[in-house]
Design a protein around this ligand. Structure first.
Ligand SMILES: NC(=O)c1ccc[n+]([C@@H]2O[C@H](COP(=O)([O-])OP(=O)(O)OC[C@H]3O[C@@H](n4cnc5c(N)ncnc54)[C@H](O)[C@@H]3O)[C@@H](O)[C@H]2O)c1
Length: 351
C-alpha cells in the first residue's frame, strides 16, 4: 500500500483527494494533506479523517509518505518539487509541470539526484477513446500521417479567473495554451510525433487577464504531417468541445465530446474485426471537463512504483510539451515561425 499526501488543497485537490481518500485506487491511500490556507487543508482532512498541515516540510517530516502530489499554482510547481525532492519520495505534479524550461530541467535533475520518480499529470492520455486511438497508431493503421488537429472550446467566465490572483498571469499561469489546452497540445504531439516548427497567433478576447484566452497555431511535424491547434476559453454560454482528429492515408479517427471522451469517427481503409463496435464501446461520459482520466492515471502511477511498470509520463515527457508551448508563445511574441530545439528569448511565460 502506497501512502499519498497532497500539497495544495484548491480546486483540483477535490478530484485527487476523492480518488485517493475513497479507496478508488488499488494499492494507494491518502494519509495527509497540506495547504497554506488552514481552512482549505482542514476541510479536506476532515472529509477523510486524516491529519492536515500548513507547512509541507512539517508534513514530510512527521508523516510516513511514499508519494507526494503537488497541486499548487503552476508557477509554484518548480519551487515545490525541487524543495520536496530532498525527502527522496516519489513526486506527482499537476500539469503544466513548470512554466520555463530551466525550471523543468532543475526539477528533473533534483528528482534524478534524490532517486525520486517524477510523474506529470496528463490524465487525458489515459482516456478510454484516446488509448484506443493511440493503439491504432501503434498498429500502423494510419500509414502516412497527413493532419493532426485539436480543439479546446471551453467557457471560462471572468469569475473563474477572479477566483485566485494567479490565474491568467504570465508569472504563475499563462493563458489557455498553458492551462486548459496543455493536455490537448501534449496529446497532439504524442500522437503525431515530434514538431519541427510552429506559427501562432493569440488574442485576449473576453477575459480580463494578462495572457491569452484564445489562440490558433499551425504546426509542421518532423514526419511531414501538418497540425492545427484551436484553443479558447471564450466560448459562451457553456463548454462546447475538447477534441482531437488524426488523419492518415489509412484512415481517420476523431475523439470528441467536451473532454476528449467520445469516439466520434473511426474510419479505416482496411477494417479489422471489432471496428464496427468501437464508437459505442470506447465512448464515456464524464461529469466534467477533467474527465475520468485521473483514475487511470493514478493506477499507472501505482503500477510504475509498486510493480516497476513503464514510466509513461515522466519529467522528460512533461518538458517536451512545455518546450512546444514555449515555442508557440515565442511565435506569438515575434510574429514569426519558430523552429524547435530553441532557447526562448521573447516568451513571457514564467517571467
Ligand atoms: N489535470 C487537470 O485537468 C487540472 C485541472 C485543474 C487544475 N490543474 C492544475 O492544478 C494546479 C492547481 O490548480 P487549482 O485550480 O487547484 O488551483 P487553486 O488556486 O484552487 O489551488 C492551489 C492551492 O495551492 C495552495 N498552495 C500554494 N503553495 C503552497 C504550499 N507551499 N504549500 C501548501 N499549499 C500551497 C494554495 O493555497 C491553493 O489553495 C494548477 O497547476 C493547474 O494547472 C490541473
Amino acid at each position: 500500500m502506497l501512502n499519498f499526501a497532497l500539497v495544495g488543497c484548491g480546486r483540483i485537490a477535490k478530484r485527487h483527494s476523492e480518488l485517493l481518500g475513497l479507496n478508488q485506487i488499488q494499492g494507494a491511500r491518502l494519509v495527509a494533506v497540506c495547504d497554506l490556507s488552514e481552512v482549505k487543508a482542514k476541510t479536506i482532512a476532515e472529509q477523510f479523517s486524516i491529519p492536515y498541515y500548513t507547512d509541507m516540510h512539517q508534513m514530510m517530516q512527521k508523516e510516513k509518505i511514499d508519494v507526494v502530489v503537488v497541486l499548487t499554482e503552476s508557477g509554484n510547481h518548480a519551487k515545490n518539487v525541487i524543495d520536496l525532492a530532498q525527502y527522496r519520495k516519489h513526486i506527482v505534479v499537476e500539469k503544466p509541470m513548470a512554466l520555463t524550461l530551466d525550471d523543468a530541467d532543475e526539477m528533473i535533475q533534483a528528482c534524478d539526484r534524490s532517486g525520486a520518480k517524477l510523474f506529470v499529470v496528463k490524465q487525458n492520455r489515459f482516456n478510454v477513446p484516446v488509448v484506443k486511438l493511440r493503439q491504432a497508431l501503434d498498429q500502423g493503421r494510419f500509414g502516412k500521417l497527413i493532419l493532426g488537429t485539436v480543439r479546446v472550446r471551453w467557457c471560462r467566465p471572468q469569475d473563474y479567473y477572479d477566483q485566485a490572483p494567479w490565474r491568467g498571469t504570465w508569472a504563475m499561469d499563462g493563458g489557455v495554451l498553458t492551462n486548459q489546452a496543455s493536455h490537448h497540445i501534449d496529446m497532439l504531439e504524442w500522437m503525431v510525433g515530434d514538431v519541427e516548427s510552429v506559427f501562432a497567433r493569440s488574442t485576449t478576447a473576453l477575459a480580463k487577464i494578462e495572457a491569452e484566452d484564445t489562440a490558433v497555431v499551425t504546426l509542421k511535424f518532423r514526419n511531414g504531417a501538418l497540425g492545427v491547434i484551436e484553443a479558447t476559453t471564450a466560448v459562451r454560454p457553456k463548454d462546447l468541445e475538447g477534441s482531437i482528429s488524426i488523419l492518415g492515408e489509412g484512415g481517420t479517427v476523431e475523439v470528441a465530446g467536451f473532454a476528449v471522451n467520445k469516439m466520434k469517427t473511426w474510419n479505416f481503409v482496411n477494417s479489422l474485426p471489432g471496428d464496427e463496435d468501437v464508437m459505442d464501446r470506447y465512448s464515456v461520459n464524464p461529469p466534467n471537463v477533467y474527465g475520468f482520466g485521473h483514475q487511470a492515471y493514478y493506477e499507472y502511477v501505482v503500477d510504475c512504483i509498486s510493480h516497476n511498470g513503464p514510466h509513461l509520463v515522466d519529467g522528460l515527457v512533461g518538458r517536451k510539451s512545455l518546450e512546444l508551448i514555449n515555442a508557440i508563445y515565442e511565435s506569438i511574441e515575434t510574429g514569426k515561425e519558430v523552429y524547435l530545439r530553441f532557447k526562448p528569448k521573447y516568451c513571457k511565460l514564467g517571467g
